[in-house]
Design a protein around this ligand. Structure first.
Ligand SMILES: Nc1ncnc2c1ncn2[C@@H]1O[C@H](COP(=O)(O)OP(=O)(O)O)[C@@H](O)[C@H]1O
Ligand SMILES: [Mg+2]
Length: 231
């Protein structure tokens, strides 16, 4: 079964009289365990696409199937539960809760999914991600790279089969970005985690099995030769 199937997606934002067509007929299929990089200019529709895949926003038209389930057909409650069980999302700006520690942020994600033994599981996850010593710090006391890692731990808290990351490495220095991608690449190859990453970083995109370019709300799959022509 496909990890993800998008068919003819449209997303039209309406603000008063102004309509913005952010996606116009976007289609793609992703198999379990694939690592897909999505690139494209600012305003091309990358975040819109990721938010729809993540069930955070609904398409104006088209179909979104995740692990064989049509998430647009679910009730809001069903979609929330489905999302917690199957999908992890790391946003462009981290969405950690400022008054909770790193550990509590990860535990909350587990608790919301009805998991017991959250504390020890969250400690293990933070240790794996290299944040054992920072577990009791609040986001405001952490560096940008550390906050991103906590956000990844939150996204992985319920062992999703699909991880979505929106310009994860955008604000990180190269060494930290590399470490972050090593971590995700390891989960992808060792645990068959399906990865869809929006990035404008060429070295991040080069790690992916597939590269999808988005322009004016349409997707094209770029081949290696098309990529080298780009440079
Ligand atoms: N909530 C919104 N309301 C209205 N327009 C939006 C909204 N979100 C995004 N857009 C518009 O949709 C287009 C695609 O945006 P986005 O998906 O954020 O692009 P990207 O992530 O590639 O920079 C842009 O023209 C943007 O201004
Ligand atoms: Mg964006």
């Amino acid at each position: 079964m496909e990890a993800l199937q998008l068919k003819d997606l449209y997303k039209i934002y309406k603000e008063g009289d102004i309509e913005t067509v952010a996606l116009r007929g976007a289609s793609m299929t992703v198999q379990p365990g694939e690592f897909v990089a999505i690139t494209g200019r600012s305003g091309a529709g990358k975040s819109t696409l990721l938010n729809i895949i993540g069930g955070l926003s609904l398409p104006s038209a088209g179909r979104v199937m995740i692990n064989g389930s049509d998430i647009a057909k679910m009730s809001e409650g069903e979609r929330t539960t489905f999302r917690r069980q199957h999908i992890g999302v790391v946003y462009q700006a981290d969405n950690l809760i400022p008054f909770l520690t790193a550990l509590e942020n990860v535990m909350l994600s587990m608790q919301l999914n009805g998991q017991s033994n959250c504390k020890s599981a969250a400690q293990v996850l933070l240790a794996e991600i290299g944040l054992k010593e920072r577990a009791n710090h609040r986001p405001g006391m952490l560096s940008g790279g550390e906050r991103q890692r906590v956000a990844i731990a939150v996204a992985l808290a319920n062992h999703p089969s699909l991880l979505l990351a929106d310009e994860l490495t955008g604000e990180l220095d190269t060494a930290t970005a590399d470490r972050m991608m090593d971590l995700l690449g390891g989960l992808n190859s060792d645990h068959h985690l399906t990865l869809i990453v929006v990035t404008h970083n060429k070295s991040v995109a080069a790690r992916a099995n597939r590269q999808i370019y988005i322009m004016d709300g349409k997707l094209t799959e770029s081949t290696v030769s098309a990529r080298s022509n780009d440079r």
